[in-house]
Design a protein around this ligand. Structure first.
Ligand code: DAH
Length: 365
């Protein structure tokens, strides 16, 4: 029986080893392990038989079977290592990355910032540097904030000049409107902030108007300074510094013409000296004048509407069309194209997302 058993063991070992070596993957190898060393495996079966043997038989068969088990275990471990390595090699082959391939352009490179947004950022960067903060107000306003509080008396003809979009009357009779200028935010700012006040107010404004230089929705930026001593001289300096920074010239020549706005006294319109070259305008030189903004000393009635004492506080304000100065600065001929959402126009006139306007890096990019 012993000699028989020993040849059987050798044959079994050969068979098991061959199958282990033939296992093609982890799952196949695991099946072979269970068939040999699992609870009901061939090797385990033989080991179970040891208990029924005589001590002499056991002395021979014990080491033989344990040796068999150890060698089969080793064979499995060795095969597993080979399979793992092969699997890694296939993955490395399949998942190869060609680092020399060209990059697909990211959204950051294809997206464009609209010139109006860019110019608003340029303007706020310049005024922020002079100590102004940014304020905003609602597009839908009451008659009070848009007109009455700004010293447009009820029935005053200046109201008609604004070609206002009105909403249908509310049950209480009040008619809301789309603000015709950013000036209502002057009042809202005085109501909430304590002097000294220095704010710039960019935003959307609306008037019933449409041609090459007018759109029903357009953008303005308003400025307001309220303290105890600011004068026309201060205003002139602030506006000159702004124009130099915005148009990126060392010198500008400005002309202050008397004008009328209900909310300022005195009121002025400001022109700057320029020369026109095609669609583009060069500033600080030439024989032409270009109107760029309206301004004035804030009317005492307006200061009072804002809840402040006009005998103590004074200041100045100005308002400017953003779209117009964007057209002038960047030589865009037709205002209506601003709002057509034509991607070809945007690709041409738009700005790259990371071209942020800063005073040190240059306001325009
Ligand atoms: N609100 C005026 C407009 O839309 C512009 C303006 C003029 C604003 C003079 C001001 C100002 O603050 O002082 O035509």
């Amino acid at each position: 029986m012993n000699t028989m058993a020993m040849t059987d063991i050798a044959a079994l070992e050969q068979d098991l080893t061959a199958r282990i070596m033939a296992a093609a993957d982890e799952a196949g190898l695991e099946a072979e392990r269970v068939a040999a060393l699992g609870k009901k495996g061939a090797v385990s079966d033989l080991l179970k038989g040891l208990g029924a043997m005589t001590p002499e038989e056991r002395q021979v068969m014990g080491p033989a079977l344990n040796g068999l088990r150890d060698r089969v275990t080793q064979a499995i471990a060795a095969r597993r290592a080979v399979l793992k390595e092969a699997e890694l090699a296939t993955r490395l082959e399949a998942e190869r990355v060609d680092v020399t391939l060209p990059l697909r352009p990211s959204p950051l490179e294809t997206g464009r910032i609209h010139p109006v947004s860019q110019v608003i950022d340029e303007i706020t960067a310049i005024f922020a540097d002079m100590g102004f903060k940014v304020a905003e107000g609602p597009d839908i306003e009451t008659d009070y904030y848009n007109f009455t509080a700004l010293n447009f008396p009820v029935g005053h003809p200046a109201r008609e000049m604004h070609d206002t979009f009105f909403f249908n009357p509310r049950p209480d009779g009040e008619r809301m409107l789309l603000r015709t200028h950013t000036s209502p935010v002057q009042i809202r700012t005085m109501e909430t902030d304590k002097p000294p006040i220095r704010v710039v107010i960019p935003g959307r404004t609306y008037r019933m108007d449409s041609d090459q230089t007018h759109t029903p929705m357009f953008h303005q930026v308003e400025g307001l300074v309220i303290d105890e001593e600011s004068t026309v001289g201060t205003m002139r300096w602030v506006l000159e510094e702004f124009c130099k920074a915005f148009f990126e010239v060392d010198r500008v020549q400005m002309r202050f013409r008397p004008s009328f706005f209900p909310f300022t006294e005195p009121s002025m319109e400001v022109d700057i000296r320029c020369r026109r070259v095609g669609n583009e305008v060069r500033f600080g030189e030439g024989d032409d004048w270009l109107e760029i903004l309206g301004c004035g000393m804030v009317h005492p009635n307006v200061i009072r509407s804002g809840g402040l004492d006009p005998d103590r506080y004074q200041g100045f304000a100005w308002g400017m069309g953003i779209d117009r100065i964007a057209m002038l600065k960047y030589g865009m001929p037709d205002l209506r194209a601003f709002f057509d959402a034509d991607v070809r126009w945007l690709n041409h006139y738009g700005f790259r997302p990371l071209d942020l306007p800063t005073l040190v890096g240059g306001v325009s990019s």
